[in-house]
Design a protein around this ligand. Structure first.
Ligand code: PEP
Length: 256
């Protein structure tokens, strides 16, 4: 199980420090989930500093450019993340796609570049409400997953990626997909992975669910078949609610 927190554009350096001082990993868990936090890039050094007293949390970046350096004002490169000892990077979050024009082709470039620099991409896929109402969920997920896999193709030692199914209509809306919806979508994603990579490699790729995950619904979602964890936005901003979701991840079941 993986429990990941996406802070989006919240928690500047001081606030990140304060979160991590207050966050207490739950104790006495049967199986400890892996915990990742994606702070804003500027808060990463402060978060890293605060983490020295709070092991067990890994840090990631919310975005990066695919180029190593160059005239890309406002962007952050993979080597810059590596220099900050960052290991994980979100790619293709729906907010990047919707507000910053990130395309499937950009996702392919970012996944490829992340892997080339030794970073582990957590690539987000998911349909909009309109696509869902048009009955295009499967088609959209297939197209997005294929672009992620194109970026990972030829990567030595396996694809090295993680996926997050984040239906756009469930992000920040308070509307959560049911465990049945999530299982079905994850099954589709797993099917596309298996077609491209074969069953064995497909089984190794964690698929997280994201979209209005809260302490009250986290356990049910993580117990659903084919769900390997959650990516949490709003509810990851408060140390207590995030800890409650991490605790819920200790009883979950792995894909099989
Ligand atoms: C997210 O930002 O990835 C997310 C799932 O947000 P929220 O939990 O707020 O819906």
């Amino acid at each position: 199980m993986i429990v990941a927190g996406n802070w989006k554009m919240h928690h500047g350096p001081e606030s990140a420090r304060s979160f991590l001082r207050k966050y207490r990993p739950p104790t006495g868990m049967e199986e400890e989930p892996r915990v990742l936090i994606f702070p804003p890039a500027l808060s990463i050094p402060a978060a890293r500093e605060a983490l020295t007293s709070n092991g067990g949390v890994e840090l990631g970046a919310q975005n990066m450019h695919w180029e190593t350096e160059g005239a890309y004002t406002g962007e952050i490169s993979p080597p810059m993340l590596v220099e900050l000892e960052i290991r994980h990077v979100l790619v293709g979050h729906s907010e990047r796609r919707a507000h910053f024009g990130e395309t499937d082709a950009d996702v392919t470039r970012k996944v490829r570049s992340a892997l080339e620099h030794g970073l582990e991409p957590l690539a987000c896929v998911g349909e909009t409400l309109e696509e869902r109402e048009d009955g295009r969920v499967e088609e959209v997920l297939r197209r997005q997953v294929e672009h992620v896999l194109e970026g990972a193709s030829g990567h030595a030692g396996g694809p090295g990626i993680r996926l997050a199914y984040e239906p756009v209509w469930a992000i920040g809306t308070g509307r959560t997909a049911t465990p049945e919806d999530v299982s079905r979508a994850h099954g589709n994603i797993r099917g596309t992975l298996a077609e491209v990579l074969g069953h064995e490699q497909a089984r190794e790729i964690p698929i997280l669910y994201g979209g209005s995950v809260k302490p009250e619904n986290a356990a049910g979602l993580m117990e659903a078949p084919n769900v390997d964890g959650v990516l949490v936005g709003g509810a990851s901003l408060d140390p207590e609610s995030f800890a409650a979701i991490v605790a819920a991840g200790s009883g979950g079941r792995k894909s099989g």
